[in-house]
Design a protein around this ligand. Sequence first.
Ligand SMILES: Nc1ncnc2c1ncn2[C@@H]1O[C@H](COP(=O)(O)OP(=O)(O)OP(=O)(O)O)[C@@H](O)[C@H]1O
Ligand SMILES: O=C(O)C1=C[C@@H](O)[C@@H](O)[C@H](O)C1
Ligand SMILES: [Mg+2]
Length: 177
Amino acid sequence: MESHRHNVVLIGFMGTGKSTVGKFLAKQLNWSFTDTDAMIEQKEQMTIAEMFEARGEAYFRSLETKTIEELLAEEHQVLATGGGAVLAEKNRSCMLKNGFVVAFIASPEAIIRRVSSDQSRPLLQGNLDERVHSLLEQRKQAYDFAHMTIDTSELSPERIARIIMKRLKAIQLKAMP
Ligand SMILES: Nc1ncnc2c1ncn2[C@@H]1O[C@H](COP(=O)(O)OP(=O)(O)OP(=O)(O)O)[C@@H](O)[C@H]1O
Ligand SMILES: O=C(O)C1=C[C@@H](O)[C@@H](O)[C@H](O)C1
Ligand SMILES: [Mg+2]
């Protein structure tokens, strides 16, 4: 049996559904749910866009690492991470060591459709279509280190949560004390 700490870490590009599915999953597991983006915004009392503008991306990234490390020191957590959290090796090894890592992928079309109603993401400013394609290209392999990958383009959040639950049962992550 694989031996993961009892946490689930959702990774994936913006708009792949980490925050949406994470909530469902945590409810089903009766575990805590944290969206690291939302937690950082709350702590800093400003939006991520404002943070990028006022303090720079590096400031946000250091808070992101700290938040992930603190949360994964606990157990029975479902984490929805920011789309760029996987870029730092430190974050990747912390995730792999302390949780079952699930990568969400989606087609560029699904991503664009899902993020277009919320124009606040700082890395998607300008021509949305171009920005999504170029960032996806840059991050082509960034999510490959996960234990499990799900293409969320054509699946409902409920169905995705069920697929993850099934895998957790298979590896007995859910059943262990
Ligand atoms: N499986 C799905 N099917 C259809 N719509 C979805 C699905 N998952 C998420 N959405 C919708 O897509 C939008 C983005 O989803 P969500 O915020 O969960 O993505 P995210 O991966 O957390 O993005 P970010 O990294 O920017 O925080 C939301 O409006 C959500 O309702
Ligand atoms: O993909 C990214 O680099 C980001 C994704 C969002 O979740 C936020 O964490 C932030 O906007 C950066
Ligand atoms: Mg999110």
